[in-house]
Design a protein around this ligand. Structure first.
Ligand code: IMP
Length: 193
């Protein structure tokens, strides 16, 4: 039997935790920020998703000493010069309101023919003093209006290429199989094993 490896996932986002936990093999024990007593908001002040993922992972390593990883995700919309990108959480204001973010995005796309978009996840891992980076990308398009109740964030308006459903109309397993986070997490798991 393999020895169990404890690792912290540096996020307060319960939806991300649920997605990532479902993919982890039994020899990786995922600890949440709540599990290690970290209740503070971790600053995300970088101008890139890779930089923000590293900030969130470094914070936990330096303050709590655990091996850990963090995810930062951005939605890049081609007709909007890849916005909102790293500003996806704060697109319509500082309170990360998904309804307001989606409304603003749909409004800004009203007169555009090109609705191509991509989700990009950067996972930064800090383990035994070393840093690693894993990237997962999912290409798709922005739907005309929100559809579905599953998932979180921009899921109701993102339809991955080759599918008639938005992420919010898919099961967690379907989203993870083709999605940005699932791809990045599988690279992370491959590295850890
Ligand atoms: P962050 O990675 O937590 O900074 O997320 C940036 C923004 O993208 C937030 O508004 C999230 O709700 C949204 N977001 C992150 N991951 C996903 C996803 O998998 N689907 C839809 N929206 C997401």
């Amino acid at each position: 039997m393999r020895e169990v490896m404890k690792i912290v996932f540096s996020t307060h986002n319960k939806n991300k935790l649920k997605e990532v936990k479902a993919l982890m093999p039994s020899y990786i024990e995922l600890l949440s920020l709540t599990d290690i007593g970290c209740n503070e908001d971790i600053p995300e002040t970088s101008e890139t998703i890779e930089g923000n993922a590293l900030l969130k992972a470094t914070y936990v390593k330096e303050k709590y000493g655990y091996n850990c990883f963090a995810d930062d995700t951005g939605l890049e919309v081609i007709a909007l010069n890849n916005e909102p990108g790293v500003y996806s959480a704060r697109y319509a204001g500082s309170d990360n309101n998904s309804e307001a973010n989606m409304s603003k995005l749909l409004k800004n796309l009203e007169n555009k023919n090109n609705r191509e978009a991509r989700f990009k996840t950067a996972i930064s891992l800090i383990i035994d003093g070393k840093e690693e980076l894993f990237i997962g990308v999912c290409e798709g398009e922005i739907a005309d209006k929100p559809r579905g109740n599953a998932g979180f964030g921009y899921d109701p308006i993102f339809q991955p290429n080759g599918f008639e459903k938005t992420f919010a109309e898919m099961t967690l397993e379907q989203k993870s199989e083709i999605g940005h986070r699932g791809k990045a997490v599988r690279l992370l798991i491959k590295f850890l094993s």
